[in-house]
Design a binder for this molecule. Structure first.
Ligand code: GAL
Length: 677
């Protein structure tokens, strides 16, 4: 028995759902149908209490947990575990009326009214006290329940508050960061610009929408502060639960979101035990192919998995059918639920969970899909899809706890993302840092190479190839780490917009890329051209021409080899891809953005240099692997439109139990999972 994700193993893949019985407490008929249907659909977990504060404490100081325990008991008796949420994602009306300071103040300085959810001030001591009290009571009562497998803190943290308390805390944060020296802050924020110097920390205001917005350092530090404030806040909840719970071993998580911009997730997750997140890809949209949506989904799983790389993550929410909040809420086509869910497992998840088990009759999400829809029966397409997936997951059950072992990595950094965005210039339309990282990551997949998505603070020694797209904001210690990585034999690719600014968004002096990077790459970047979508340029590399888009830097060689040159414009024949041998490794510089389909050509070259094992995959096949103690689980998904024959396969097909030796034809939308030594 092994499990990295949960402190104690439940020894199976979790197949679960957000369950809101508190909306149906007057309907025992519905509650007993729920259990019957859950068993029928192979559901082995239910997430309870995500927004149940008003059901627990309808009036201040009056608590009702009996319904919760009764439901947890009943679920447990029927083989269904519980993930229990703390209810802080939405507050009861009485609280907002009695303690208005718990409500957020928006970027214009206006306090919100009661309503909606996720609308609390993280700094408010009143709110923190109320949360501590309810969490403590909940943990005492339910924390020793045998059915409890994990704690789920609040729900999808996000947003910011501009109230006076947050403002004061921000100033405190800055005092520490700038050693109580306002001149140091003025220097790092370059507040000499437009007469913005501060005389004292008490002069500083958050970046209100109608306030100071011209200082890059202010904007980035505000995001750093907000992230730190979230981390501080989540500790209040985690500590309350750990202290009060009779069972101290139940692991803690919080549900994250797709490429979420506002919070540096690496800060937020420090104290939680395992990563979980809510994935809602916009399948079948009108602007990309199904395979692009699938690849994006795999990247998103990877980014979040790598927040805690040594263990599996959980998919805390997904839509069994459609959602209700996109511009167009399309149905998932037949087979897509199965393929998406198994891709999630292939990407390192130990669970598939749904939002939601049963449709609400009213409220903002009444037309959000659910396992049980308004017809209230098990005789629906979606229900059958879910039940079918339950069968598949039970066949794949032993995969639980197995991990990833990747030799390539793509760097993704939150403060770099913010810095690129807040810096003026370039193009408002095409900076797209996150998408650029995704595209580099994706360009390795045709070779059967999954890359981790890592921070500059992660251990580089784990990798043979590191791709650092648009590492605009860079610290001296990162520069040293990158040099050490290449010196020891690593292959590094950096791109246009590398090393422009320091951690406070001040430009490096002496040309880009900053400081020691010119030595590492052997180039200096003199200018950057921003291209309109209609502009055309290319890169001549060996016998190929790669298409260029969006950004083209004009670089001068110091002591690097030229790998590719521009094909057009006044910088025709100037170097655009270079390589410098540095110690035992090589540092590549890609000075222009390359069209996705052509990036694969450069990636192939880098992989060949790195010595990472590559696989010849037919087009349309997406490959993933997970490693058990003494075996490997390999997943092949056909995400294209044609049937594809994959050859040189070997292992046991985990869904049919049959041995596979050599070729298998995989139909579009289908997949196989092979286990081998
Ligand atoms: C999530 C949220 C759930 C539900 C769901 C709908 O973002 O955590 O509570 O609102 O979206 O898709």
């Amino acid at each position: 028995m092994r499990s990295y994700a949960l402190g104690h193993s439940i020894n199976k893949l979790v197949h679960g759902c957000d369950y809101n019985p508190d909306q149906w407490l007057d309907r025992p008929d519905i509650l007993s149908k729920d259990i019957e249907y859950m068993k029928e659909a192979g559901i082995n977990e239910a997430t309870l209490g995500v927004f149940s504060w008003a059901a627990y404490e309808p009036v201040e100081g009056e608590y009702h947990f009996e319904w919760l325990i009764e439901i947890m008991d009943r679920l447990y008796e029927n083989g269904i575990s519980t993930i229990l949420a703390t209810p802080s994602g939405a507050r009861p009306v009485w609280m907002d009326h009695k303690y208005p300071e718990v409500m957020r103040v928006d970027g214009m300085g206006h306090r919100n009214r009661h309503g909606f959810r996720h609308n609390h001030c993280l700094s408010s001591e009143v709110f923190r006290d109320k949360v501590r009290t309810i969490d403590t009571k909940l943990a005492k009562i339910a924390g020793g329940h045998p059915g409890l497998i994990a704690w789920h803190i609040s729900n999808e943290f996000g947003g910011e508050c501009f109230c006076d308390l947050c403002k004061e805390k921000f100033r405190e944060y800055l005092r520490k960061r700038y050693h109580n020296d306002i001149n140091e802050l003025n220097h790092e924020w370059w507040s000499y610009f437009w007469s913005a110097q501060y005389n004292d920390f008490s002069d500083i205001e958050p970046p209100y929408i109608n306030g100071q917005n011209a200082l890059m350092g202010l904007k980035i530090d505000w995001r750093r502060f907000t992230s730190a404030n979230y981390a501080d806040y989540i500790s209040v909840e985690i500590d309350a639960i750990r202290e009060a719970s009779p069972n101290k071993d139940v692991p803690v998580t919080t549900n994250l979101m797709q490429r979420f911009y506002d919070i540096d997730y690496r800060e937020l997750v420090k104290k939680i035990d395992f990563i979980s997140w809510d994935s809602y890809p916009a399948f079948h949209n009108d602007h990309e192919r199904y395979e692009d949506t699938m690849m994006e989904s795999a990247f998103d799983h990877t980014l979040l998995r790598c927040l805690k790389k040594d263990r599996p993550f959980f998919l805390m929410e997904s839509a069994p059918g459609h959602v209700n909040w996109m511009n167009y809420n399309k149905l998932k086509r037949p087979g897509v639920h199965e393929q998406f869910s198994c891709q999630t497992v292939a990407s390192g998840s130990d669970s598939i969970q749904y939002f939601q088990w049963r449709c609400s009759r009213g409220g903002a999400e009444q037309f959000h899909g659910a396992v049980v829809d308004h017809s209230g029966t098990d005789d629906t397409r979606v229900f059958r899809d879910v039940a079918h997936l339950g069968e598949i997951l039970s066949k794949l059950s032993e995969i639980e706890g197995s991990v990833k072992r990747n030799e390539a990595a793509v760097i993704f950094e939150w403060d770099n993302w913010w810095s690129i965005d807040v810096s003026g210039g370039f193009s408002r339309e095409t900076k797209k840092y996150d998408i650029t990282c995704l595209n580099h990551w994706k360009s390795l997949m045709p070779f059967g190479v999954e890359a981790d998505v890592i921070s500059v603070n992660d251990n580089f020694e784990d990798y043979k190839l590191i791709i650092a797209p648009m590492l605009f904001l860079i610290r001296p210690e990162t520069i040293e780490k990158l040099k050490g990585f290449v010196e020891n034999g690593g292959i590094l690719l950096a791109t246009y917009m590398t090393g422009y600014v320091n951690e406070n968004s001040l430009c490096y002096e002496g040309g880009f890329p900053g400081d020691g990077l010119k030595d590492l790459f052997g180039i200096i970047n003199e200018e950057i051209d921003t291209l309109y979508p209609s502009d055309k340029n290319g890169i001549r590399m060996e016998n190929e021409t790669l298409k260029v888009k969006d950004y083209a830097e004009l670089i001068k060689l110091i002591d690097a080899d030229v790998i590719g040159t521009y094909t057009d414009d006044f910088y025709k024949d100037m170097p655009v891809i270079t390589c410098k041998k540095y110690g035992k490794g090589k540092a590549y510089y890609q000075a222009a953005r390359i069209e996705n389909e052509d990036m694969v050509k450069l990636s192939g070259k880098l992989l060949a240099e790195s010595g990472i094992k590559i696989r010849e995959l037919p087009s349309g096949i997406e490959y993933h692997a997970r490693y058990g103690d003494d075996c490997i689980y390999e997943f092949y998904f056909n995400i294209g439109e044609e049937a594809v024959e994959v050859s040189r396969l070997n292992g046991i097909d985990m869904l049919t139990g049959k041995a596979v030796d050599d070729s298998v034809t995989i139909l579009p939308g289908k997949f196989i999972v092979l286990k081998s030594k």
